[in-house]
Design a protein around this ligand. Structure first.
Ligand code: AMP
Ligand code: ZN
Length: 432
C-alpha cells in the first residue's frame, strides 16, 4: 500500500525534526548561490540562526521576478558541471524561469513521483500513457521517469494527436493516463467521433489530472466518461514539477511530500501566515534540492490545509485543490499565460490601438481565448482585406509567443468598455 512506509507514515514530531534538519541544510546550501549569498549578507542572516521551523520567517520570500532577474545561474548552489538537466515553466517562448537539477535532484524527484503514483494504486504491470508535452515542461519527463521507477511500461505519447492517442490506448491496453483535465474532456469528443467508448473499449482505470485548476465537477465528469478514478496532481517547475502534492486513494485533498518540501500558507496582502485551515497563498521551500534550492517561494496558488488525519495513514499534510491564483496568470489548456505577454506582442504590431481585452470561454469542452483588439480608425474605412491581413498578423504574432491560437477580433477605437480603475484585461467566463 505504501511505496516507502516509514517516510509516508512518519509520526508528526519525527517529520518536524526531519524537516528542521533538512531546512538547515537547504538554507546552508542556498547561501552559496549568488542570489541568497548576497541576500543573507544584506539582511545579516546566518543559516545557524535557524533553530525552529518558524525561524524561516526571518528569510524574505522568493518570487518569480527574483528568478527572472537572476536568470540563468544566479540561484545555482553547485558548480555547473554537477548539473544534469534543466526545465522551465510552461507557456512562453520568451525568457522563462529555469530550474537546474543535479543527478541527486533528479533521483529524489523521480522517487517522489513514483511514490505519488503508487499511492493511487498504480503498480508494476500497469501500462502508463503520458499525454503531457515532453521537453522543457516538467509534466513529460517528470512523470515519465517516475513511472519507469515504479516499474510500469511507459508509452511516451506526448501531447496532442488525439486519434493516435486513442489508437495507442487500444493497441497497448493502456491502464493509466496522465492528462490535462481540459484535454481529457476534449479527447472524449474524439472518442465519440471514432465510435470508441473509453469505458467499454479500453482498459483504462486510473487518470492523473493536473497542470491547471479544475473543479470537483470536472473530476467527476472525467471519471464518469472514462470509467476511471481521477487523481489530482499538483506541482510547479520551481519545485521540480509533478510530485509536489498528490491525492491518495481517499481523494480528499493532496498530500504534500513534506520530507521534500516545507510549506506555509500566507495572506497575500499582509504576507503573514494565516490561521490553521484558512485559505491563502501557498509558499514552498525545497528541502532536498542541491543544484538550485529555492526558499519561501511564493507560488501564487491559492489553497488551504485540510486538518485532521487522512484515513490512508499518511502523516504528510494535505492541501485542498488549487482554487485560483493571486496574480493574473491564466492557464489555458495547461499553458501558463500572463496578460502582459499578449500586451507586449500586440503593441509591437503597427496599427494596433491602445486597448485590448481577453475573454476566456468554454466552447463545448474546449477552452477558447478570444482577444478583442482596438485598432486604428483607418482600418475601418472600407478595405476589408487590409483589416483581415492585420487580424491574421496578430493571430500569428500571438501564437508565436503563447503557443496557442487565439480567436482575434478587431474593433474600432473606444469600443472596449473602460473601467474606472485598473483595466479589466481578462474576463473569465469558464465557469462549470
Ligand atoms: P509550471 O511551472 O509551468 O509547471 O506551472 C505550475 C503552475 O500550474 C502552478 O503554480 C499552478 O498554478 C498550476 N497547476 C499545476 N498543477 C495544478 C493542479 N493540479 N491544479 C491547479 N493548478 C495546477
Ligand atoms: Zn491520504
Amino acid at each position: 500500500m505504501y511505496w516507502e512506509k516509514d517516510v509516508e507514515t512518519m509520526p508528526r514530531e519525527k517529520l518536524d525534526e526531519l524537516q528542521l534538519a533538512r531546512l538547515k541544510e537547504s538554507i546552508t546550501r542556498a547561501s552559496s548561490s549568488s542570489f541568497y549569498g548576497t541576500l543573507f549578507n544584506e539582511i545579516g542572516f546566518n543559516p545557524d540562526d535557524i533553530r525552529s521551523l518558524t525561524d524561516i520567517e526571518n528569510i524574505p520570500f522568493t518570487t518569480k521576478d527574483n528568478l527572472r532577474d537572476h536568470w540563468p545561474y544566479g540561484f545555482l548552489s553547485v558548480s555547473k558541471d554537477k548539473l544534469v538537466r534543466m526545465h522551465s515553466s510552461s507557456g512562453t517562448t520568451g525568457r522563462a524561469t529555469v530550474v537546474f537539477h543535479t543527478a541527486q535532484d533528479i533521483d529524489a524527484w523521480t522517487n517522489a513521483v513514483a511514490r505519488s503514483m503508487y499511492m493511487t494504486g498504480m503498480r508494476r504491470g500497469d501500462v502508463f500513457q503520458n499525454m503531457m508535452a515532453y521537453g522543457l515542461f516538467t509534466g513529460g519527463l517528470g512523470f515519465h521517469y517516475g513511472a519507469e521507477r515504479l516499474g510500469a511500461l511507459v508509452i511516451p505519447a506526448g501531447a496532442g494527436n488525439s486519434k493516435r492517442q486513442i489508437q495507442l490506448m487500444q493497441d497497448f491496453e493502456t491502464t493509466v493516463i496522465h492528462i490535462i483535465p481540459s484535454y481529457a474532456l476534449h479527447l472524449y469528443k474524439v472518442f465519440e467521433e471514432m465510435g470508441v467508448d473509453p469505458r467499454e473499449d479500453t482498459s483504462l482505470n486510473i487518470a492523473f489530472i493536473g497542470a491547471e485548476p479544475h473543479s470537483e465537477k470536472t473530476r467527476k465528469k472525467i471519471e464518469e466518461l472514462y470509467g476511471v478514478r481521477a487523481f489530482n496532481s499538483y506541482g510547479l517547475s520551481e519545485m521540480n514539477g509533478p510530485g509536489v502534492a498528490f491525492e491518495c486513494e481517499i481523494q480528499g485533498g493532496m498530500h504534500v511530500w513534506e520530507d521534500n518540501f516545507f510549506i506555509e500558507i500566507i495572506d497575500p496582502e499582509t504576507m503573514k501566515p494565516v490561521l490553521d485551515g484558512e485559505e491563502g497563498e501557498l509558499v514552498m521551500t525545497s528541502l532536498l534540492r542541491e543544484g538550485m534550492p529555492i526558499l519561501r517561494y511564493r507560488t501564487r496558488d491559492i489553497t488551504r490545509i485540510i486538518s485532521g488525519e487522512c484515513p490512508c495513514g499518511r502523516s504528510h499534510k494535505r492541501i485542498e485543490r488549487i482554487k485560483g491564483r493571486t496574480d493574473d496568470m491564466m492557464i489555458i489548456k495547461g499553458v501558463n499565460i500572463f496578460p502582459v505577454q499578449i500586451e507586449k506582442k500586440l503593441m509591437e504590431v503597427p496599427g494596433v490601438g491602445t486597448d485590448f481585452q481577453i475573454i476566456l470561454e468554454r466552447e463545448g469542452f474546449d477552452d477558447v481565448m478570444h482577444v478583442r483588439v482596438e485598432v486604428q480608425k483607418e482600418f475601418f474605412t472600407g478595405n476589408l482585406k487590409q483589416l483581415e491581413n492585420l487580424r491574421r498578423k496578430i493571430v500569428g504574432e500571438l501564437k508565436s509567443d503563447i503557443l496557442i491560437t487565439p480567436k482575434v477580433e478587431l474593433v474600432e477605437p473606444n469600443t472596449i468598455p473602460k473601467s474606472d480603475g485598473k483595466a479589466v484585461r481578462v474576463v473569465d467566463n469558464r465557469h462549470d
